[in-house]
Design a binder for this molecule. Structure first.
Ligand code: FES
Length: 358
């Protein structure tokens, strides 16, 4: 299978969600309908030249599964975030490079399930797509969505969430947690952390143990805290899914090829991409495979460059490599030889990486 490639799409609509967040809707031409088919929970990677720098960022799709000819993503402005600032300036009629849907924070629709969705801030975006798609496509399923924000002004997709509440009164439960605004129900005030989740569970407002699947999406501290709480409440690890938006405050930086080090002998790395083979040299002390490939003018698929999105996933078919970070590959993928090019540094003189392997 070919590695994902960018396509130029036209922006059909832009809607302000909060003072610092917008929903951007792309028009999908009929001939790209299949290419842009998605599973609820996946994201799109946008690409633009900003100030002479090739920049990419991933934004989760909030569209329901049944939406045709359109895909909508939510973009929240990040302080000093060059791409999110640029994205906020987009308007209908603009055209931008978009990679087809990616990601494994997904819900395959079908059957009867109880879902628990834990979202913070813009982490609501994939959870909204999952909630909409489950409620419409699984008539016997229920969804509880716990959504954390600073205050009501920072709640994204408020109208869409209220619409779901009105349409699915018995199957959809929406709970807001806010830490800068006092709500009537005391227990819903404060941060969404492990203590809060344990308290909510002890009061029966959420029931993690009976949930078939628990999706957690937000900043890294919230994910770590919520995951710990869920495991502590007796949830099996294989029922937990999480989507890391940023490993630390701020967006992951675009990979900057570093100056070449003084090491003369780098590893010979063969890249298999779209059926073609290219050789590059990677000095593991100075470069990851991705930054070395960029220096060599090779256009590898990538998005976050931070080990989070898996867009740069490839398979080691010869040699070995280490990863600086890995927030996205599953243990079975690593066992099967997959790695992340944005994090990989060769540990053998020769390394062969297949980006076409699935
Ligand atoms: S580009 Fe996102 S994990 Fe490598």
């Amino acid at each position: 299978m070919a590695a994902p490639r960018f396509h130029e799409l036209e922006i059909a609509a832009v809607r302000n969600e909060t003072p610092d967040a917008v929903a951007i809707t792309f028009a999908i031409p009929g001939d790209l309908d299949e290419t842009f088919a998605f599973v609820p929970g996946q994201y799109l990677t946008l690409r633009a030249d900003i100030g002479g720098q090739d920049m990419r960022r991933s934004y989760s799709i909030c569209s329901p599964l049944e939406q045709t000819g359109r895909r909508t993503v939510g973009v929240k402005h990040i302080e000093n975030g060059r791409f999110s600032g640029f994205a906020q300036s987009l308007k209908p009629g603009d055209r931008i490079q978009v990679m087809p849907p990616q990601g494994r924070f997904t819900a395959q629709i079908g059957g009867d399930h109880d879902y628990l969705l834990l979202a913070a801030g813009s982490g609501i975006t994939p959870c909204l797509s999952i909630a909409r798609s489950v409620l419409a496509g699984e008539p016997g399923s229920s969804v509880t969505l716990l959504y954390a924000n600073r205050n009501s002004a920072s709640v994204m997709f408020r109208d869409d969430l209220n619409d779901l509440k009105d349409r699915y009164t018995t199957r959809f439960t929406l709970l807001h947690v806010m830490d800068e605004e006092i709500q009537d129900v005391e227990i819903m005030n404060g941060r969404l952390d492990a203590a809060k989740l344990e308290t909510l569970a002890s009061h029966g407002l959420i029931d993690p143990k009976s949930a078939d699947a628990i999706y957690i999406c937000g900043p890294e501290p919230m994910i770590r805290s919520a995951s710990t709480a869920m495991l502590g409440l007796g949830v099996d690890r294989d029922r937990l899914k999480f989507e890391l938006f940023t490993p630390a405050p701020g967006a992951a930086p675009a990979p900057e090829p570093k100056p070449a080090s003084g090491i003369k002998h780098g590893a010979a790395v063969e890249i298999i991409l779209d059926g073609a083979r290219r050789m590059i040299t990677v000095d593991a002390e100075a470069d990851t495979v991705l930054t070395a490939a960029m220096r060599a003018g090779l256009d590898l698929p990538y998005s976050c460059a931070g080990g989070m999105c898996c867009t740069c996933r490839c398979k080691i078919v010869e040699g070995t490599a280490t990863m600086d970070e890995n927030f996205s590959l599953e243990p079975w993928e690593i066992a099967a030889g997959f790695t992340l090019a944005c994090q990989s540094r060769p540990t053998t003189d020769k390394l062969v990486l297949d980006f076409d392997a699935q």
